[in-house]
Ligand binder design. Structure first.
Ligand SMILES: Cc1ncc(C[n+]2csc(CCOP(=O)(O)OP(=O)(O)O)c2C)c(N)n1
Length: 609
């Protein structure tokens, strides 16, 4: 069946049995392919029927189908003629794990950061209206997790204001982000879920009453007028309708006929509509359904039969952090851990198991997390916010004004800093040092190994009158890059024989030491990169040549901060561009951040001494 689908138009000819068969084949296909490449298996298994129904009812790309976050767009890719490319999913030169304009005219948002889709839908539909592009419906598929992000509500507020707007919002409600979605909104959705049958009741009432002569029509209108009252009785917080959005649901997100029926009604409605679908994350794949923690939200390479990882990795930076935070939490009752819907991936599950009352999941709400943390600090706690580096970007204002300007004792722990690889341009954690570099009062450390991560984390949580930030990369931690000695807060990693000093930032240390050995340079790890340690400036100025190696963007990075302090240095870092998905080593090689290129650069510098 899959081979027969080269474009969404090919779906039109299929009868309901064939559609069921196609759905089953797509599930098998996803399990087979994603188990080989890694990717977002659980979310995509949950949207098979939904994606088929969307592409049968709407005419993409004339109608615009948007996926919030974009991690659940694999089925959409299959239906839009890209099944043949799945062997290279998330690999160099292959399919992106998110929608990609380069790949298809059916893809619009090059996303991966959550909760933006409704704003896109608002803008696109407004644009269609203003430019006279009638008959173009905008469909936004948004998860219950993504709905916990503030932007979603800012957008709904705008979409609801225009009663004629051709926007269909499909809430893909699987009750989970990575783990179960939390908060008042989740509770509300679960109340709505219990109202199943409510719309059917109204439809039944409509048919019966309309068939009743003379009194039927007025009576139907009266009942219809009571609709909100009935709904409020059944589901006391009809939030979407209170916002002024037509709500339809809940419907079975795995029943293609029911989905199509709802989507057709929404398409014909002529104004903004919410279709509330109930789906199951990981549907049809037993290992995913048994994964209570995350339902195979994102997996590496796994055995498709068992779902178990093919390669067992060593201890990750994430685990080193998570374990140490538990130890710190035992000693210090003021420590409170915050996550933005990523308890497991940021290493906080163990802290949560030990101190549930001191662990807070705020939902996909990084901005809120920062400001709420400032509040916690004011109230006498020491919040530790664990977040992927890339997701801090959107909370810059909160970091700057709510946290830093208030000198709040908040510790930010940035995982997946630097080049991350297969998740593509929007997932690299390469802006953190440059952004943090322009925030007054913020102190930043970049640990080079497990030992310094533990040590610097302990130092960070001791600071109570300023925010602190610790950043480390994705993957397996480097156990130890030993220092020859510590001098005025600086770690000297290698004593050289010539006049070249390498300033190595964080996890670049091993590479820096290996390359420096080849040319006899000195290597220093400043440990805390902000504020700039005067001892580092003094040391650097006693050398003839200085090279800074960092895995953040060069522009505004540590080398340019040091320049502000009078240190003239060459720099190796990330250029100011969006870097395509690929594995990390390939990206580093492309950028010339590997032992050979660094050694060659050092040799060149040494020759100039
Ligand atoms: C701003 C931001 N923070 C965190 C994440 C990490 N993340 C990716 S998907 C996801 C959960 C999304 O849940 P939902 O929208 O319900 O989609 P589902 O996977 O359940 O279909 C999270 C937290 C992100 N993509 N963007």
């Amino acid at each position: 069946m899959i081979e027969r689908i080269n474009s969404p138009r090919d779906l039109a000819a299929l009868n309901s049995e064939q559609l069921e068969q196609l759905a089953a084949e797509i599930r098998e296909f996803l399990i087979e392919k994603v188990s080989k490449t890694g990717g977002h298996l659980g979310p995509n298994l949950g949207v098979v029927e939904l994606s088929i129904a969307l592409h049968r009812v709407f005419e993409s790309p004339n109608d615009v189908i948007l996926f919030d976050t974009g991690h659940q767009s694999y089925v959409h890719k299959i239906l839009t003629g890209r099944a043949k490319d799945f062997d290279k999913l998330r690999q160099r030169g292959g399919l992106s794990g998110y929608p990609s304009r380069k790949e298809s005219s059916h893809d619009v948002i090059e996303n991966s950061h959550a909760s933006t889709c409704l704003s896109w839908a608002d803008g696109i539909s407004k644009g269609f209206e203003l430019s006279g592009q009638k008959n173009r419906t905008v469909v936004a598929v948004v998860g219950d997790g993504a709905l916990t992000g503030g932007m979603s509500w800012e957008a709904l507020n705008n979409i609801a204001a225009d009663k004629d707007r051709q926007v269909v919002i499909v809430v893909n409600d699987n009750a989970r982000s990575y783990s179960p979605t939390i908060g008042g909104l989740a509770a509300h959705l679960s109340t709505l879920r219990l109202t199943k049958g409510y719309e059917k009741f109204l439809d039944f009432g409509k048919a019966v009453l309309k068939a009743t002569p003379v009194v039927g029509d007025p009576l139907y209108s009266a009942v219809h007028g009571m609709k909100k009252g009935i709904k409020d009785f059944i589901a006391p917080q009809g939030m979407f309708e209170d916002l002024g959005l037509k709500y339809y649901g809940p419907i079975d997100g795995h029943n293609i006929a029911e989905l199509e029926d709802a989507l057709k009604r929404a398409k014909g409605f002529g104004g903004p509509v919410i279709i509330h679908c109930i789906t199951e994350k990981g549907r049809g794949y037993q290992p995913a359904l048994e994964d209570e923690a995350e339902r195979f939200h994102a997996v590496g390479v796994v055995n498709p039969e068992t779902g178990l990882p093919v390669k067992k990795g060593g201890t990750s930076w994430t685990k080193v952090f998570g374990d140490e935070l538990v130890e710190i939490g035992k000693e210090n009752p003021k420590i409170v851990a915050l996550t933005a819907a990523m308890m497991g991936p940021t290493g906080l599950s163990k802290f949560q198991a030990n101190f549930p009352e001191r662990t807070i999941d705020v939902g996909i709400a990084e901005q809120h997390a920062l400001t709420s943390a400032a509040g916690l600090a004011f109230a006498g706690m020491h919040p530790v916010i664990a977040v992927y580096s890339t997701f801090l970007n959107r909370a810059f204002d909160q970091l700057l004004l709510d946290v830093a300007m208030h000198k709040a004792g908040v510790t930010l722990v940035l995982d997946r800093a630097g080049v991350t690889g297969d998740d593509g341009p929007s997932h690299h954690g390469i802006w953190d040092l440059a952004l943090g570099g322009i925030v007054p009062t913020l102190q930043m450390a970049a640990p080079r190994d497990s030992h310094t991560l533990r040590e610097e984390l302990r130092e960070a949580v001791k600071v109570s009158d300023a925010p602190t930030l610790i950043r480390f990369p994705k993957g397996e931690a480097i156990e130890s890059v030993p220092a020859v000695r510590r001098q005025d807060g600086l770690d000297i990693l290698l004593e050289g024989s010539n006049d070249l000093l390498i300033i190595s930032i964080g996890a670049m240390a091993k590479l820096a030491v290996d390359a420096a050995k080849l040319v006899g340079a000195t290597v220093v790890d400043p440990r805390w990169v902000k504020p700039v340690n005067p001892a580092l400036v003094e040391l650097a100025n006693s050398y003839k040549k200085v090279l800074v190696i960092e895995d953040g963007i060069k522009h505004g990075g540590i080398a340019s901060t040091l320049a502000e302090h009078g240190v003239v240095a060459e720099s190796i870092g990330i250029p100011l561009e969006f870097i395509e998905h690929s594995n990390r080593d390939e990206i580093f090689n492309d950028l010339g951040i590997n032992a050979q290129t660094i050694a060659a650069r050092m040799q060149h510098l040494v020759r100039g001494i």
